[in-house]
Design a protein around this ligand. Structure first.
Ligand SMILES: [Fe+2]
Ligand SMILES: [Fe+2]
Length: 140
């Protein structure tokens, strides 16, 4: 069973953001499948590491947009990004010492849906028109 079904509501209308979000959802679903199937540990750590590196790039892009726009909720949004990266760092370290957290995929799915709804839609709503023209540097 797919943990997160991709829905039209997940599209923000900004191709790079949408592609990144879709990729992250795919990784979370893949992680869930591997955990359900008691998949290979090295493969599971590989998914966690790929999620970390793709999320870190994506967050850097969003945070650059927020700084460019003087976004009023920057601190809260950035803190929620950090929360995910810190959690992934802990899981990767723990997984290497056999302390498995079977709830990882569900936590990630909840994080994604909550973050998307409470932070990313707010960021891309009011500034969606000028967003791409305001970003002058390619940070990813
Ligand atoms: Fe995002
Ligand atoms: Fe975000």
């Amino acid at each position: 069973m797919t943990l997160i079904d991709w829905k039209p509501e997940f599209f923000l209308g900004i191709p790079k953001m949408d592609a990144d979000h879709r990729y992250m959802v795919g990784l979370i679903n893949g992680l869930n499948e591997q955990l359900q199937a008691a998949g290979n540990k090295t493969f599971i750590i590989g998914i966690l590491e790929e999620l970390y590196s793709s999320a870190a790039k994506h967050f850097a892009h969003e945070e650059a947009i927020m700084r460019e726009c003087g976004y009023d909720k920057y601190a809260e949004h950035e803190a929620d990004h950090r929360r995910l990266l810190d959690r992934l760092t802990t899981w990767i370290a723990d997984y290497q010492t056999e302390r498995l957290d079977e709830g990882m995929a569900k936590w990630l799915a909840n994080w994604f849906c909550n973050h998307f709804q409470n932070h990313d839609t707010r960021l891309c709503g009011p500034v969606s028109e000028p967003i791409e023209s305001k970003v002058t540097t390619d940070v990813v």
